[in-house]
Design a protein around this ligand. Structure first.
Ligand SMILES: NC(=O)c1ccc[n+]([C@@H]2O[C@H](COP(=O)([O-])OP(=O)(O)OC[C@H]3O[C@@H](n4cnc5c(N)ncnc54)[C@H](OP(=O)(O)O)[C@@H]3O)[C@@H](O)[C@H]2O)c1
Length: 234
């Protein structure tokens, strides 16, 4: 059994990863900004604590005694919320605070969840600059999404610059990341190029990949794509 601290534990990815971690017998520290907003999170084996992912001191204190951390934080929940309030430096601040705080606390492993739009487009360039790489239903707001994608990409760059302090991995899902998708227990790992826009992954299987990489780290200080098992990514 390991101790895993999950930042963004009240969100869709965070909840799926918390559930997967508990089903495998790990002890979870669930970090949310306001525990009162997540009364259902505190179950057997899950301790809920307040914390902000951009606060290095909080991360150093909360991280103590854990074997791994998960970064499943997003300042925006989707296009319906709009992106007007986006701080372009958010993901850079989070990367700095996580690398600083986790290394101070002696947490060796960090699994972060990435964003599809930051991958390379099969057509060349980045997905964020190629609306055709998005599923049709997303294409009309691809332009609106771009600053969010650029902020995410800057966070990834910051992790890449961070050196060896923490053994991080960014798992980047396909555009069709489905909250109501089932847990198949399988997934495929790809490289820097986005899978075809038709490809899907459930949050539950994203959580399987995250826990596999915590229990048996296979990818180190890099970003990979992850998509549904049986899906043809190319
Ligand atoms: N297809 C794709 O590539 C795709 C699709 C969706 C999401 N994602 C990515 O996956 C990751 C997780 O997204 P999600 O869908 O799980 O998002 P979500 O459901 O919106 O959850 C995000 C959580 O982040 C928390 N949060 C926001 N600001 C925070 C801060 N400063 N400190 C600590 N926690 C904070 C919020 O928690 P509280 O409000 O409770 O504090 C919220 O519960 C993000 O990186 C997102 O961009 C990728």
């Amino acid at each position: 059994m390991s101790g895993i601290v999950i930042f963004g534990a009240g969100g869709r990815a965070g909840r799926a990863i918390t559930a997967e971690a508990r089903s495998r017998g790990h002890r979870v520290t669930a970090v949310v900004r306001d525990p009162a907003r997540h009364p259902d999170l505190a179950t057997d084996g899950v301790r809920v604590v307040p914390g902000d992912v951009t606060d290095v001191r909080a991360i150093a204190a909360i991280g103590e005694g854990h074997d791994a951390a998960v970064h499943a934080v997003s300042p925006m929940s989707g296009p319906q919320q709009g992106f007007d309030d986006l701080d372009p430096a958010f993901f850079v601040q989070a990367a700095d605070a996580l690398v600083g705080g986790l290394s101070e606390a002696g947490v060796p492993r960090l699994v972060a969840i990435g964003l599809f739009s930051t991958l390379e487009s099969p057509g060349g360039g980045l997905v964020m600059d190629d609306p055709a790489a998005y599923p049709p239903e997303f294409r009309s707001f691809a332009k609106e999404l771009r600053p969010f994608a650029a902020a995410h990409a800057a966070g990834l760059d910051r992790l890449r610059e961070a050196g060896s302090a923490v053994d991080w991995l960014m798992l980047t899902p396909p555009a069709r990341l489905e909250a109501d998708g089932t847990r198949t227990g399988g997934y495929r790992i790809g490289g820097e190029t986005a899978p075809r826009w038709e490809v899907r992954l459930s949050y539950a299987d994203l959580a399987v990949a995250a826990l596999d990489e915590i229990e048996t780290p296979r990818h180190h200080r890099t970003r990979v794509s992850v998509f549904g098992d049986g899906e043809d990514g190319a």
